[in-house]
Every structure is written in C-alpha cells, then in structure tokens.
Design a protein around this ligand. Structure first.
Ligand SMILES: C[S@@+](CC[C@H](N)C(=O)[O-])C[C@H]1O[C@@H](n2cnc3c(N)ncnc32)[C@H](O)[C@@H]1O
Length: 227
C-alpha cells in the first residue's frame, strides 16, 4: 500500500495517536516555526506532509499573514485540513506525492516538513532537497523535524528503537500501539542520520545548516538559502 493510503487509515484521532507514539512531538513541531532571525517575516510557506494540519496551525499563529500551501498524499488528511483551515483565505491545498510536485523557482520564503521526510528513500530525499532549494527565495529557510538515525548502524539503530519504545510507553503507548508502529516502521519508514541529511542539504546549496532542536534521535534540522 502507498503511504498516502496508509495515512488515510490513521486520520481519525490522529493527534492523540501521534502524541502517544512520537516522543517530544509538540516540542518538535513547535521548533519548525521558531528560532529564525527576528527580521525574518515569511509571506509564503510550504508545509510538506501536513497530515491533519498541526504544523500549519502553529505556522498560522506565528506567521498569520503568510500564504500557506499544504501538501499531502493522503486524501483524508487533506480533507481534514480543508475543514480545519476553511475559514482562512491564506491556505491552499495540494493532494500529491512530493515526488510529483512542481513549483516555480523562488515561490516560497519558508519550507517545513514535520515527520514526513523519513517516508522517502535516501535518493528521493536528495532530489527533494534540491527541489526545495530552487523553490525557496534567496533568504528562505528549510526546516525538517523528524526521527534521525542511520539504520545501517545496527547497534545505534537498536538503541534508538529501544529508547523510542521506552518513551512511547511512558506516553501511554500500549502493546498494540507498539506492534502497529514497528509494522508501519518496517513498511513505510526510511530514516537517515542527522549528518547524512545535513550533507544532502549542503550539497543542494543550503548554507548555515544547523540543528536548532535535538532530543537524541528526534530533532529538527535547518538550512538557509542565503541571499
Ligand atoms: C507522520 S505524518 C506527519 C504529519 C504532520 N506533519 C505532523 O507533524 O503531525 C506524515 C504525513 O506525510 C505524508 N507523506 C508521507 N510521505 C509523503 C510523500 N512522499 N508525499 C506526500 N505526502 C507524504 C503522509 O500522508 C502523512 O500525512
């Protein structure tokens, strides 16, 4: 099954589930709209893999004037966002896979991706980072919050999964939750390390790459398209 259909199934009660399943969820998604230079006021924002809109809701309160384009492959998630943000004229909606997106160069001041990039294979990430660089205006920022780990590093990968389980259970995840999560992880998740993704960002042209938020393997990375 494609990832968009999988997230159709997760749409109902999504926020309660993700808070139970993903350690530091609220802090991580908040970090996408924080920590920019004080004079950075984006007027156009792209939210990649918006889900039910939790990241975009934070962006709307932080940058209310900005136009927001929200993208997701899940028809149900996009339908929920249309209801959630229906009262705001700043929002437009694209039901597509990232791999099929085409925007004009220099379309956005800011691009964010909350827990969505790990669904791409490594080479797809590299291509997307290059696309995002061209879609950004000079002066723009690209921020990703996600799980960061190198699955090829067996010991570290096992440690990360063990720590994730420990924290998820502290947040109320049950045996059924954890069994579902690991099945989903095997089928749909392709994380890479902080170092690898920062390297791909730099290769795409981003400068001043940084990790503005980090809690072990859960964190936020950022790149700047310098003017
Ligand atoms: C884990 S959810 C995160 C949702 C939201 N950003 C959040 O932080 O709560 C990942 C979302 O990305 C979408 N997604 C994953 N891979 C995608 C792709 N290649 N193209 C478009 N959407 C994708 C899924 O449909 C899902 O809604």
């Amino acid at each position: 099954m494609q990832v968009g259909k999988e997230f159709d199934k997760l749409e109902s009660d999504y926020t309660a589930k993700i808070i139970r399943w993903v350690p530091h969820y609220q802090e991580m998604i908040s970090s996408l709209s924080e920590g920019y230079p004080p004079d950075f006021v984006p007027l156009s924002i792209l939210d990649l893999g918006t889900g039910n809109g939790n990241v975009s809701a934070l962006l709307q309160s932080r940058f209310p004037e900005a136009d927001k384009v929200i993208v997701d492959a899940s028809a149900k998630m996009i339908a929920t966002c249309k209801k959630r943000f229906g009262g705001f004229e700043q929002f437009s909606y694209v039901e597509k896979y990232f791999q099929d997106l085409h925007f004009l160069p220099a379309s956005f001041d800011m691009v964010v991706a909350g827990l969505s990039i790990h669904h791409l294979q490594g080479p797809e990430k590299e291509i997307l980072f290059q696309d995002v660089y061209t879609w950004l205006k000079p002066g723009g920022f690209f921020s990703i919050c996600d799980l960061f780990v190198d699955p090829e590093d067996d010991l570290e990968h096992k440690r990360v999964i063990g720590e994730w389980e420990r924290l998820a259970r502290l947040q109320g995840s049950t045996d059924d939750d954890w069994a579902y999560l690991m099945d989903h992880y095997d089928k749909y998740d392709h994380p890479n390390s902080y170092e690898q993704q920062l390297f791909w960002m730099k290769n795409a042209g981003f400068e001043q790459t940084s990790i503005p938020f980090i809690r072990d393997c859960f964190g936020t990375i950022r790149g700047h398209r310098v003017p």
